[in-house]
Design a protein around this ligand. Sequence first.
Ligand code: FES
Ligand SMILES: [Fe+2]
Length: 372
Amino acid sequence: MGENLVSGEKGVFAETAHNSYTLPSRYYTDEDIHRQELNKIFQRSWLYVGHISDLPEIGSYIADEIAGQPVLVLRGENAEINAFFNVCQHRGHLLLSGRGRTGKRIVCPYHAWCYGLDGGLATARMTRDVVGFDRANYGLKPIQHTIVAGMIFINFDPNAKPEDGDLPEFEKTILCHLPHMPEYTAHHRLDFDIAANWKVIVDNFSEGYHIPIAHPTLATLYNEKGGTSQIGKRYGFYQKTAKAGFAGFETKGDEPYLTWFLWPNLCLLSLPGSPQLIVLRIGPNGPIRSLEHADIYSPADVSTSNLDAVKSLFAEMFNQEDIALVESVQRGLSSLGYDQGRYVADIKGSWFSESGLHAFHKQILEDIASEH
Ligand code: FES
Ligand SMILES: [Fe+2]
């Protein structure tokens, strides 16, 4: 960080969690900082869109707004996955919306320019007299993408390389613990509109310090001692173990309770006693709002009752508890009554402390300060 020291009313954000004051509250409210995050973080990072099983057939698509950009990911004629900006190259109307299956052509709803599933412009009405018009110059703008353990990631930066970040390490741990992840399918898909900056939600996910207090039921699911942590620059992986006899999960004790964080906005959770994966994507929606998309993926052979137990524990209990927490924190951050606190981080960087929170903030500041 060096010359890019950031400070607030109490002190400086420091290199190590134990010496540092927290990120000043303007980082959670300021329009300009938010714009810089979109430009320097979201437009240069690998961002999760969905799983390959969400695109089962030729023409299946996901149209979504990701960090303010309209994105279209679809399965093309050769069954390959393609990603484009979801923007017609005539006058800019958006092409598809939601999820579904299109035919062999994507037809713009405005003047019916037609694109193939490879993004090429196939037909454009009444263009015979348009001087120098060449359909080859009006294909959809591609977005680069990669697939990791069956999960589709896009990157708006055409020069980004999947192997440069922490994606390979992430892939290794996902496939080690959930080796059939590429064959998983979504059983539940839930959206939450949350009145908090996207970082408040990631912050909350990255520390277990609050769990015994704010999630009394969830706290009875895992052992408070032990567990391992792996905190990288743009990646975190935490493994804890389950307690026996948690209702609905048939835990015998010591089954793994796994959480991952993948920069910048992906939080994953695999509860013990079930091989499901809850994939949380936190989408910024202005400086003080976010859309949280939660997809629960699972192999086909898991019982419905087990999946329902996962869904109800997550969606009806602890995610609701978390939403109340983060919305309250946002109100505090937006007030005149708070600017900075301290990171409560232990030396070994455990998930039960706030070590991962500090690592996340350090990367935010480093990327915002970067020049290119
Ligand atoms: S904007 Fe798409 S056809 Fe005109
Ligand atoms: Fe929580």
